[in-house]
Design a protein around this ligand. Sequence first.
Ligand SMILES: [Zn+2]
Length: 80
Amino acid sequence: MRRCLVCGASLEGRRRQTRTCSDVCRAEASRLRRLLASGGPVDGFSCVADRLDYLVGLRAAVRFPEPSGGELGLSHAQQR
Ligand SMILES: [Zn+2]
């Protein structure tokens, strides 16, 4: 079964080239790709592990941010 690259949701029934389940996940996939490609800070995160830590924190808080704005809660990341 094909799954979203970011959250693992099923992509059954989606177009073949679809890699992610939503705009939020697509933005996340592109951010992680940039982090991996650049080796430098992207959107305030210095490495993929930083970003994943932040996402795990979001999951714990239940709520995934709205796709608007493009700045996925950098203020939250600084609270750690
Ligand atoms: Zn997803």
